[in-house]
Design a protein around this ligand. Structure first.
Ligand SMILES: [Zn+2]
Length: 467
């Protein structure tokens, strides 16, 4: 049997709606070839649609109620955030990388989410680390030196990279921002090619991250259903240029590696951001309505700040950056302090009211429901409420002086576009291709990858192989 060489590429936030359009316009020929010659479809991401819950599902083949990763804050004892940021060590189950290693497969992973701190495997890891600035970001530790790279040189992309602190003033700013994103794509490509040149690999995993950054900032230029849709052919051309660079980078990596099978997926899709739910205001309203809740519920963010050890050897980001990061991504939790004790609820009526008012919360102006579903202790194991926001809504800590549903300000906020549930997947397998369109879930990817490599999926994996 020929040596299987699998390439797995995670396009962070890649959406079939946009990429499909670019393909039909002839702007992404490499992706077109993969889709037309293989199987593809929508890929449902587990809730909530943040990178780490999705990454945990990708790596373990299990949903969030199993891996217990719901955001960027780790859930610890009593189901409460314990002050730690989620990282690879938060995963309690065997990861895909470990299973492949156990089966003597030689692998490399580049910037894949939840790969920090890098774990010993049969191969090479260059970890992503949006929440950390550590010099120990590769496995083996000497890898960075061996391939002649410094942290500055190889540093993985960070959220909001290249986005000006007070937003875009003009097209020049947008152009500079896109240039940084293109440079990130090309750097990822270069490092990937260097990794494939070290020795023969059975599988390489690569995340291209800049798609997320570009789409958060500029979605209103490319989606005419966006309430702030702005027609500007020059900006659109810059965005297309970014995606064309991405397509060329993918093609080059696959060619240089000599991939016999390619799996491309996005951990979540994209859509317009309509409004921002102000969590501080939301809490204030609950506390006014139900005096019992006063002093008993809180946002975890303030608590996290008090508990985090910023001098930890893992080298967590400087406080200012960390605050921006965590504030932007941890707003999905609401803690119950004394409402729960040892996971036992002590006043059911208050909890019921709270959940009911969250579930029925409406955006009067757009006539839409704001929250799709609440995850609470039964399904999450957490003594927190995890809000699964409806498509188009996102949350921020906010303040009590701002409205409950804050409008977005395109070009100033890094929130023109936001994550939605449906990403996509494409599988192309050299000689033995099946061609079909099939909706799948992110938990299906681990069993699929193992099947391609001739390894039986572990019991307990929730998905099914897509081949
Ligand atoms: Zn994002």
């Amino acid at each position: 049997m020929a040596h299987a060489k699998l390439a797995v590429i995670n396009l962070n936030g890649g959406s079939l709606e946009l990429i499909g359009r670019l393909i039909s316009e002839g702007r992404m020929p490499a992706l077109k070839k993969l889709i037309e010659g293989g199987s593809y479809g929508l890929l449902e991401s587990p809730l909530p649609t943040l990178d780490y819950p999705s990454a945990a599902s990708f790596l373990t083949g299990r949903g969030p109620s199993r891996h217990k990763i719901f955001g960027f804050a780790e859930i610890g004892e009593y189901g409460l955030p314990n002050g730690r940021i989620v990282n690879r060590e938060s995963l309690k189950e065997k990861t895909l990388f470990q299973i492949l290693s156990d089966n003597k497969k030689k692998i490399a992973s580049l910037y894949m989410p939840l790969s920090f701190p890098p774990e010993p495997i049969n191969g090479y890891i260059v970890s992503e680390s949006p929440a950390h600035d550590s010099s120990e970001f590769t496995y083996p530790p000497k890898l960075a030196k061996e391939i002649n790279m410094e942290l500055n040189d190889i540093a993985p992309p960070k959220p909001q990279e290249g986005f000006p602190a007070d937003g875009f003033k003009d097209r020049v700013d947008i152009k500079k921002f896109i240039a940084v994103a293109i440079e990130r794509i090309n750097r990822t490509k270069e490092v990937a090619i260097r990794l494939t040149a070290i020795e023969e690999l059975d599988a390489i995993f690569i995340q291209f991250y800049a798609t997320d950054t570009v789409q958060h900032a500029l979605w209103h230029y490319i989606d005419n259903r966006h309430p702030h849709f702005t027609q500007d052919p020059e900006v659109v051309k810059m965005i297309y240029d970014f995606f064309m660079n991405l397509d060329r980078a993918i093609e080059e990596v696959l060619l240089r590696y000599g991939a016999s099978s390619t799996l491309i997926f996005s951990d979540h899709g994209y859509g317009p951001c309509l409004k921002i739910l102000n969590l501080e205001k939301l809490l204030e309203e609950f506390k006014t309505r139900d005096p019992y809740l006063r002093d008993r519920v809180d946002l975890p963010i303030a608590r996290l700040f008090k508990k985090i050890d910023f001098t930890s050897r893992r080298g967590i980001l400087p406080l200012s950056l960390y605050q921006r990061f965590i504030a932007a991504t941890c707003g999905v939790f609401i803690d119950f302090k004394t409402l729960y004790i040892n996971k036992r609820i002590i006043r059911e009526a208050s909890l019921k009211n709270l959940i009911q008012s969250l579930e029925t919360l409406r955006d009067g102006e757009l006539d839409k429901k704001v929250i799709d579903r609440i995850w609470h202790t039964e399904d999450s194991g957490a003594a927190t409420l995890i809000l699964d926001l409806a498509e188009g809504y996102t949350s921020r800590p906010g303040s009590s002086h701002q409205p409950l549903l804050m409008p977005i300000i395109p070009n100033r906020d890094f929130l023109s576009g936001t994550h939605k549930k449906d990403g996509f997947w494409v599988l192309h397998r050299g000689g033995n291709n099946e061609k079909r369109e099939l909706a799948a879930s992110i938990v299906d990817l681990a069993p699929t990858i193992l099947s391609i490599m001739g390894i039986r999926p572990l019991g307990g994996m929730e998905g099914r192989a897509l081949i």
